[in-house]
Design a protein around this ligand. Structure first.
Ligand code: AMP
Length: 246
């Protein structure tokens, strides 16, 4: 069973981002970039499936500028077998990414595609759902547990009211939530080994995909500065304060 993992290169989660003075976006100059944390969890889950003898090959794929290759090499160091870099726009829209992944699924025929539930830079939470719709495959989003028996995928989803257990059938698309696993560290010998693992590059422009931009960013702003809290003397005063704001 082949597993495809989609991964995005994003601003590292430890970085305090700065908005460009003209409000045209986030300043990415000299900013540390890393694999999207949910995608690191996706790679870990795929590698565990391979270690359990369920998956036979783990292929990782990223759409974006040439710098994505560094992120793909990191995933190869975590245990993925092969990488595909789709070279194109630095910040492709979710629909474009979903169309590219759908095309790759047609060429590669994976049984399972694992994505992060969202990219932490634009928080779209769209690609997995769009990919599932384009392929007409079942989807399991926000999963915190995954088990595979034959062609049945047992998933636990994190929903507002708690946990939801479902079954879907392969081929399928799943998206990872934080509690699915704790990714391993990339050991130095594996980082060295990853340099020689296969990494293929495809040109986005040669894929016959409509890449017309459908989203327009009007302005990027810093969030409002947080106001200081206030201590209340007793419960009645707390209730009065709450009543004032609702
Ligand atoms: P989003 O819908 O943009 O929040 O992203 C959800 C998931 O889609 C991410 O966690 C990745 O697994 C995948 N994804 C998003 N953008 C890309 C990209 N440029 N290349 C590969 N995978 C991506």
């Amino acid at each position: 069973m082949k597993v495809l993992v989609a991964l995005k290169r994003v601003v590292d989660f430890n970085v305090k981002i700065r908005v460009k003075p003209d409000g045209s976006g986030v300043d990415l100059n000299n900013v540390k970039m890393s694999i999207n944390p949910f995608d690191e969890i996706a790679v870990e889950e795929a590698v565990r499936l391979k270690e359990k003898g369920i998956a036979t090959e783990v292929v990782v794929c990223s759409v974006g500028s040439k710098a994505c290759q560094e992120t793909l090499r990191f995933a190869l160091a975590l245990g993925a077998d092969r990488a595909i870099h789709v070279d194109g726009d630095d910040s492709p829209e979710p629909l474009v990414v979903a169309k590219v992944l759908a095309q790759i699924c047609k060429d590669e025929s994976p049984s399972l595609v694992i994505l992060g539930k969202q990219a932490i830079d634009d928080d779209c939470n769209q690609v997995g759902q769009m990919l599932s719709a384009l392929l007409d495959w079942p989807q399991g989003t926000f999963i915190s547990e995954l088990g595979i028996e034959g062609t049945v995928v047992h998933i636990t989803r994190e929903v507002d009211g708690g946990l939801e257990k479902n079954q879907i059938s392969l081929p399928a698309v799943v998206t990872t939530d934080l509690r699915l696993n704790t990714p391993r560290f990339a050991a130095l010998p594996n980082i060295m080994k990853a340099k020689t693992k296969p990494l293929a590059t495809l040109e986005l422009s040669s894929m016959s995909i409509d890449i017309t931009r459908r989203l327009e960013t009007l302005k990027t702003m810093e969030p409002p500065v947080r106001q200081g809290g206030k201590k209340v003397a007793n419960v009645q005063e707390l209730i009065d304060q709450i009543k004032k704001v609702i």
